[in-house]
Structures are given as C-alpha cells and as structure tokens.
Design a protein. Structure first.
Length: 489
C-alpha cells in the first residue's frame, strides 16, 4: 500500500506493509481490482500492520515524536480524514519509507533515486489532492534528529549561485570515493528562485536536520527581495556562525601560527533586514540586539571554549558609541562570563580589533561578535591565513545545522573557469561529517586535504599556485584511494 501526501509542489511518499485482506475485501465489494480500501479497514485487518519502521517523518500538526504505533495510526487517520493523500494500490509491503519528491517527476524519481521502481508496477493514482502547504506546521520541544535510515544519512544540498554547483559536484565525487554513507537531497535555490521554491527548501532542511550550502547571490538595489542567505539563517534560527581560522603550513602568509575561533551572531544586529525610507532621501535601518540573543551566543562561546580546551573569550563591540545596543551585548557577555571563572574574559572595540588581528593575532583565542562585526572581522582573519578559498563556516541552531564556505562568497567572477579553490567547501563538508559523528570519513578526507596542500603542494591560483580546481580534487581522491587500500584487512 503506497500513499503520498502533497505539500505544495512536493509530496511525501509513504509505504507500509499489510492491508492485503482489506484490499481484497474492498475489491470484492466494488467488484473490480485496484480499489483503495478505507484507512480504518486497513488498520483493522489482521495483516494490516504486521511490522513497520519510521524513516524520519516530520510531525504534521502532531507535537509528539515518540513514534509509537498508536501515534502513527492517529497521524495517518488525520491525513486520511482530511483527504490529503494520493492513493496507489499495490502489493503487500514490509516497511515505511518517507521521502519528499517533486510531484512533476514522481515516477522518474522513484525509479532512479529511491530505487522503488518495482513498487509502483501495476498501480494507478487518483490526483484529487488539495494544496496544504500553508497548513503544515513544524513544532518541536526538543532538537530534531538528523535524517538517518539503514545506517545512511540524508542531507539537504543547496548548490546556490556562482561556483556552488561546481564545488558540490566535487564534494559528491570525493564522498563516493571515500565511501561516505550520506545521500544528498538536492534543492536548487538561486537569486531567481520563487518564494514557493525557497519555502520548499526550508521544509527540506527542517526534515533532514542538516544541510550543505553554497552561497546565494543577493540582488543589489532590489528592495522587494531580501537576502535569501540571511532569511534562511533567520527562519531556521541558526544563531551561531562558527569559523575556525587556522594557518596552513604550506600557505605563505604573514603569520604561521594563527588559531582563532570566531563565533558570530547570525540572526540579529544590522542584518535584521529592517530598513525603510520614511521620506525621500532619508533611510532608517534598525539594529536589533536582544538580551536573549546575546546571552545564548555568549553562552555558546564559553561552552565551546570549555569543551575544546580554549582559555580565553573576547567579546567584540562598539559600546563606547552604541551605548544601548552594543552596551546590552557587552553587559550580557560580562554576566555570562561570571559563570565560567576558569575561562579568561576580556572585551575589545571592533575598530581596534581589526588592527590588533592584523598586528598580533596570537592574542586571540575565542571571539564572540554581533552580526556585522563578525562579518567584517572574519574576512580580515581569512586574509591572514590564505584567503576565502580555505575556511569553512558552521551555522548552528537548537534544531538544525547548515555548513558552507566561511566567507559566503558566490565567486561569480571565477565560476565555470576551473580555477576556484574547492578546499573551503570540502572543509565545510568535513565539518558536516563530524556533526553527523562520521569521524572516520571526516578524518580521511581532512588528511587527504592536508597532504594535497602541505605535502604535495598542489595550490590553486589564489594561493600562488598554478593548479586547477580539478587538479586539487583528483589529488585528494588519489590520496583517499591509497589510504583506503592500505587500511584494508
């Protein structure tokens, strides 16, 4: 028995075993084959529910996620009562599979991606389904788990604009050679995507819990559309952006011992996207700083320092001028610091920070910054260790995690030329693997990156070398193949 719940232009494919007697009874009653029995007949039949396993379903107006049989039946009955299903008649099946697929290419996607082609043999569909995208709600009292089934993880992939699609192709190729147990659910979101497509992308990330993302280009001067990147971080409440800025031994730069953790507030500040023109020629832009947002960022910074053996946290601000907004941020950081007496705490004005980072970066350990200051300082530090092509960025919230290159640059000027540095995106992919606790695969790829850069000295033009993007990727793959061959029993 196969049923699909439509959500906008997408649907959830649900398969479960049993229902054979109910199907037979319904067919006998109607005097023909291919009849979908009422849900209550399926659930009441003797073989209607012999065994099931839930594959990361997203709650649909159902707060409980404990996964009991009673709750599942209740949820299915709600869907059935509201007539939100596409119905397929099939043979007896033995598991539940919950997968979002585009409606326009359902049969093709089933055949090529979910390998469920035989599932729909001899079936038919009734497509009288209302659009319920506005009625779907996501409620959570605890963090959502990541999407995992049969030992494999499902991760949302958003290539974005510019060099993003190229970099994602390299990631998938390297994952294949490294044997990474991750399946990507790819969502194409660019600056030209519609709001409905963007909403569907958010649903995809909420369902899977984890995403690997390229940067989305923002249109200059178009006040009707804000930044899709900022909107995504706000909608998913990804309040902490973490960058590990560390020197590479083989990359020539002013300093060889930079090792700074930068933790940037991701949802407030000047990037709240609240600006307006009251009278012509006069624009007001609101800077939003809240005690809650400042406290959770500061606490995240101190917790990070505690867990990772860091000794010092520095709060970056401009409280000497912005006495209320940055004053609140600084006051909150100081209050949180009192709870961690083992961690040294100090603060620094942002303009002085930019000078100190360039003059003596060794004085910094962990930095916590409001949104705009974090954007500026992170780019300065990236310049100290080799540029934007090396560093990755991690975006964390209470429920979701999104990984991307650290400087969030689309790289439009080098797109399609085979010269972009793939290391930043590969490092982001390794961060994602560590988040999924796939530490072996993350270490395998990181070691290959390290050997490619620091031993084999294969550098792209942004690092002063002559290698192409493909040269770097092919060398990483060769190192992975050699390593896995040596480690075979």
């Amino acid at each position: 028995m196969v049923r699909c719940l439509q959500i906008g232009k997408q649907c959830i494919l649900v398969e479960w075993g049993g229902g054979g007697q109910a199907v037979k009874q319904a067919e006998e009653k109607e005097g023909r084959q291919g009849v979908s029995p009422p849900m209550e007949h399926v659930l009441a039949s003797e073989d209607g529910y012999p065994w099931w396993q839930r594959y990361q379903p997203v709650s649909y107006q159902l707060e409980s996620r404990s996964g009991t049989r009673t709750e599942f039946i209740d949820m299915v009955q709600r869907w059935s009562t509201d007539r939100r299903f596409l119905w397929y008649n099939g043979r007896k099946r033995e598991r539940i599979i919950n997968k979002i697929l585009p409606m326009a290419s359902l049969s093709r996607s089933l055949t090529h991606f979910t390998k469920l082609g035989p599932l729909l043999q001899g079936t038919r569909a009734v497509t009288q389904v209302p659009n319920v995208s506005q009625r779907r709600t996501f409620t959570a009292s605890k963090p959502f788990p990541v999407a995992q089934y049969g030992g494999r993880f499902t991760v949302t992939m958003m290539p974005g604009d510019g060099i993003g699609p190229e970099m994602m192709g390299y990631v998938k190729n390297i994952f294949r050679y490294a044997g990474v147990p991750v399946d990507f659910e790819e969502v194409q979101i660019t600056q030209d995507s519609t709001e409905e497509e963007f909403e569907n992308a958010l649903i995809c990330i909420k369902r899977n819990g984890v995403a690997l993302k390229g940067s989305i280009e923002s249109k200059y001067g178009d006040v009707s559309s804000g930044s899709r990147n900022a909107t995504l971080r706000t909608e998913l409440d990804l309040f902490a952006n973490v960058l590990h800025c560390k020197s590479y031994p083989s990359v020539r730069s002013r300093y060889s011992d930079v090792d700074i953790i930068l933790i940037r507030e991701n949802t407030e500040g000047e990037y709240s996207m609240m600006e307006h023109e009251n009278v012509k020629g006069v624009v007001e832009s609101l800077k939003i700083i809240t005690r809650k947002g400042s406290e959770r960022l500061a606490r995240y910074g101190f917790e990070y320092a505690t867990r990772n053996g860091r000794k010092k946290v520095t709060a970056i601000h401009k409280a000497n001028i912005m006495k209320l907004s940055d004053g609140l941020f600084l006051e909150t950081c100081r209050n949180v610091a009192k709870e961690y007496p083992e961690i040294e705490f100090n603060d620094m004005i942002v303009d002085n920070t930019c000078m100190q980072v360039v003059a003596r970066p060794q004085q910094f350990d962990v930095m916590v910054l409001p949104n705009l200051y974090g954007n500026v300082v992170s780019n300065v530090i990236c310049g100290l260790v080799g540029g934007p092509g090396l560093l990755s960025g991690r975006n964390y919230g209470h429920h979701f995690a999104v990984f991307e290159p650290g400087t969030r640059n689309t790289g439009l000027s080098v797109a399609g030329r085979n010269i972009a540095n793939p290391i930043a995106m590969l490092n982001a992919a390794c961060d994602m693997l560590e988040h999924l606790k796939l530490h072996y695969h993350a270490e395998l790829i990181r070691d290959a990156i390290d050997q490619t850069l620091n031993v084999d000295m294969i550098h792209t033009t942004d690092l002063g070398g002559q290698a192409t993007s493909l040269d770097v990727v092919q060398n990483i793959i060769q190192v992975i193949q050699a390593s896995t061959k040596e480690n075979k029993w």
